[in-house]
Design a protein around this ligand. Structure first.
Ligand code: NAD
Length: 491
């Protein structure tokens, strides 16, 4: 059994669950420990006990640990990418790409340790100095989804440790292998006992223990909207209340205007909708296409989709791997049926495929004649299922793009500076892409959305410090003048 890491020790559990390869369900990657609530509590206690010393550790120590983690990830990116693709089902180049990103994130935050700064500002009162500094928050609970098994943990763990917090990390049940491999690297880099804890297990057990514990000061969660809501409600009604950050679902639009470069638009749409098997929060499942290019775009998409190879994630030449598991496959098939019942036209894909080994293979599905009010256009499917929505002109396309409960990423394909600029300003999303897929972002800049997609401060880049630190304002009377404890009107 592959163990959890609690209070500086590898610890087994009374329960374990198998980690299956979605490209070949006969391939069992391993049996991974499933922690109990008591084991989760032990991890929280350890992180709580380790916090005072770690919060005062030097920035050099934190830098060196994070740098070592980043360097080892980079050196082993092919091997770790293989493990990731084997357990999650994204293709090997996508798996290696994700691992590379995780390594870069650790290296970036190693540098950030050395760039911590505060502000010293004059007081409005005489002989007083004001200092604004940032301090760690405490024990942070990190809850992650299955679709980015190493990058999302990396972009939460790296800033948490960089800014002096201690960590309890709960990965998604479906992808414990990458989480475990990452944890081994973090431990080898020399984090003191209790500073970093890995607790694999069920959300309803381990996740809940983190939400309920008064020793956990903050929760960073990435996952679905219903779970996110529950996380936020619990954090906000807890005593003491917890700081909370949520990254959730998307129903991201990609607008294609009459003046778009058709080749660019098709590549953007194929990548956004179907790569990583459509299982990205930034995937585009609404292709909003204006009248003049609609039919040419649909025909070009059909042709391009015929060339897509759907097969074992580890096979060279595979463009799209399997769906992650039976539950997600059932959800994809359910929505394909709903789309047909709603009157949308399935013009490509949506069929179960047989390959050499038993796996969750689905051909990417494309619907046309879709109304933006249909369920397939409003609800997150999280699979290789995309819809084409017809728009009269740019204005209607923008209106349709924004008519969604979500607001993560929003894209436009156009050769017009006027429309690109207008869209950039008026898209109701945290991220806007011009002539680029809606998915695929840099690691050194903020990531996050609006409306139903996100809640709380942004993740990644320098902006990550907003969540992983708390601000302190200090006032110091320097003795060089009359002592004025209070001026009129001051608090
Ligand atoms: P999920 O909500 O089912 O699970 C996410 C995590 O929450 C898992 O670790 C799970 O074990 C845990 N969890 C479940 N119940 C819990 C509870 N009661 N208390 C605490 N934790 C609990 O999501 P998923 O299926 O793993 O991931 C897919 C979703 O993630 C999609 O909606 C996708 O859009 C979203 N996602 C968002 C982003 C983003 O940055 N916006 C990135 C990736 C994925």
């Amino acid at each position: 059994m592959t163990k959890n890491y609690i209070a500086g020790e590898w610890v087994g559990a009374s329960e374990a669950s198998p980690n299956l390869n979605p490209s070949n369900t006969n391939d069992v990657i391993g049996e991974f420990a499933r922690a109990s609530a008591a084991e989760a509590q032990a991890a929280i206690d350890a992180a709580y006990a380790a916090f005072p010393a770690w919060s005062r550790s030097t920035i050099q120590q934190r830098h060196d640990i994070l740098k070592a983690v980043g360097d080892e990830i980079m050196a082993r990116k092919d091997e770790l990418g293989r493990l990731l693709s084997r357990e999650e089902g994204k293709t090997l180049p996508e798996g290696i790409g994700e691992v590379t990103r995780a390594g870069q994130i650790f290296q970036f935050f190693a540098g950030e340790c050395l760039r911590m700064a505060g502000e010293k500002v004059p007081s409005v009162r005489p002989a007083i100095d004001v200092e604004i500094t940032r301090e760690p928050v405490g024990v942070v609970g990190l809850i992650t989804p299955w679709n980015f098994p190493i990058a999302i943990p990396a972009w939460k763990i790296a800033p948490a440790l960089a800014y002096g917090n201690t960590v309890v990390f709960k990965p998604a049940e479906l992808v414990p292998g990458s989480a475990h491999a990452l944890s081994e690297i973090i431990i080898r880099a020399g984090v003191p006992a209790g500073v970093f804890n890995l607790v694999m297990g069920k959300g309803s057990v381990v996740g809940e223990a983190m939400l309920q514990s008064p020793k956990v000061s903050a929760i960073s969660f990435t996952g679905s909207v219903p779970t996110g809501r529950r996380v936020a409600q619990t954090c906000i009604t807890a005593d003491p209340m917890k700081k909370v950050q949520l990254e959730m679902g998307g129903k991201n639009p990609m607008v294609v205007l009459d003046d778009a470069d058709l080749k660019v638009a098709v590549e953007c749409a194929i990548n956004s909708a179907f790569f990583s098997t459509g299982q990205r929060c930034t995937a585009s499942s609404r292709l909003i296409v204006t009248e003049g290019i609609h039919d040419r775009f649909v025909a070009a998409m059909q042709e391009r989709m015929q060339g897509l190879v759907i097969d074992d994630a580890l096979k060279s030449g595979t463009h799209i791997g399997p769906v992650v598991d039976q539950g997600q496959l059932d959800q994809d098939l359910k929505y394909i049926k709903i789309g047909q019942e709603e009157g949308a036209k399935l013009i490509a894909g949506g069929e179960l495929l047989k390959r050499d080994a038993p796996g969750f293979y689905l051909s990417p599905a494309l619907f046309t004649e879709v109304d933006n009010q249909m369920r397939v256009a409003r609800e997150e499917i999280f699979g290789p299922v995309a819809t084409v929505i017809r728009a009269k002109n740019y204005d209607e396309a923008l209106e349709l793009a924004n008519d969604t409960p979500f607001g993560l990423s929003s894209g436009i394909c156009t050769t017009s500076l006027k429309y690109a600029s207008h869209f950039k300003r008026n898209a109701e999303a945290g991220m806007v892409m011009v002539n680029l897929p809606t998915a695929g972002v840099d690691y050194h800049v903020p990531f996050g959305g609006r409306k139903g997609s996100s809640y709380g401060p942004r993740e990644q880049g320098r902006y990550a410090q907003e969540f992983y630190t708390t601000v302190k304002t200090a006032y110091v009377f320097d003795g060089n003048g009359p002592y004025v404890p209070k001026t009129k009107g001051s608090e």
